[in-house]
Design a protein around this ligand. Structure first.
Ligand code: PMP
Length: 275
């Protein structure tokens, strides 16, 4: 892999040179949160929203975060990397223990780590698998603790699928690394925000922008049956944008590929952020 610019605790270096302690709580407990911040033509997409969500995740875990320093580092990563289209991965951990202990010392200093990589924001069509949502009960925190997602997504990969759509007792939550939308000919639907899903930035931008364009959006509680009846289904994330679901493993659906509402929403998103 070619040189990737990274920053660890404020010092810039290439990714392969960075060394971390095994007593980092990110390593022993996943006691860390993260953001994936996309930029296109060197413009950061929804920077303030990503920073606000990172601060919220840090506050939820009582990290003492220097959010201004972090914002400046992210901007510096993009500028220094000279990448035009890409994303920043940025992680904040509670810090490094003297010895592993669940109960942390409140004087720990946070540990920060980020890097910049190129990314092509090209349209994706996905085959997905439905699965029970195995995760904890605070999925609204963007924690690096992602074992439920990792297990489900790799089961899906082994079945030739690209993503999962998770549900709790048939109530749809979200994708393994994305939020979910679906539509009939009149309206777009998406699960309402709760502790069971991540408040996706792409989700928020899309809802605001398509409403502005006169498309009806309903946030609520939806089941697998609602999904099966939908004419289009798509997943959203900072790196995927809007990715159309073209098949659900083992399910008969009503999906129409390139259904008009999906195409309209995708066009609005691309016109606003990916030009
Ligand atoms: N849900 C989960 C579980 C995710 O991992 C992601 C991507 N990080 C999203 C939703 C989408 O969030 P965003 O649009 O902010 O990338």
């Amino acid at each position: 892999m070619k040189n990737i610019l990274a920053v660890y605790n404020g010092s810039f270096d290439s990714l392969d040179k960075i060394k971390v302690s095994p007593l980092s709580r990110a390593y022993t407990f996943s006691d860390s949160v993260y953001e994936v911040i996309p930029f296109y033509n060197s413009n950061i997409i929804a920077f303030d929203d990503h920073i606000a969500r990172l601060e919220k995740s840090c506050n939820a875990l009582s990290f003492s975060t220097r959010i201004l320093d972090i914002s400046n580092e992210i901007i510096e990563l993009i500028t220094k990397s000279k990448i035009q289209h890409g994303y920043i991965y940025y992680q904040v951990s509670r810090g490094i223990d003297n010895l592993r202990s669940h109960m942390f010392d409140k004087d720990l200093s946070i540990e920060t780590f980020g890097y910049a990589v190129e990314h092509t924001f090209k349209s994706q069509s996905l085959k997905v698998m439905l699965c029970e949502d195995l995760r904890w009960q605070r999925c609204d925190i963007k924690s690096t603790s992602l074992l439920g997602n990792v297990m489900s997504m790799n089961n899906a990969k082994n079945l030739g699928c690209d993503e999962v759509i998770m549900h709790k007792d048939s109530i749809i939550t979200e994708g393994g690394a994305s939020n979910i939308f679906f539509a009939n000919d009149e309206c777009v639907f998406t699960p309402h925000l709760s502790k069971n899903i991540l408040p996706g930035i792409t989700r928020e931008l899309l809802i605001k922008d398509i409403k502005k364009a006169g498309i009806k959006v309903l946030e609520g509680i939806f089941t697998i049956d609602d999904l099966i009846k939908a004419k289009s289904i798509w997943l959203t994330s900072s790196t995927k944008g809007l990715a159309q679901v073209i098949e659900i493993d083992n399910q008969e659906t009503n999906i129409q590929i390139d259904h008009e509402i999906f195409v309209q929403c995708d066009r609005i998103f691309k016109d606003n952020y990916l030009t």
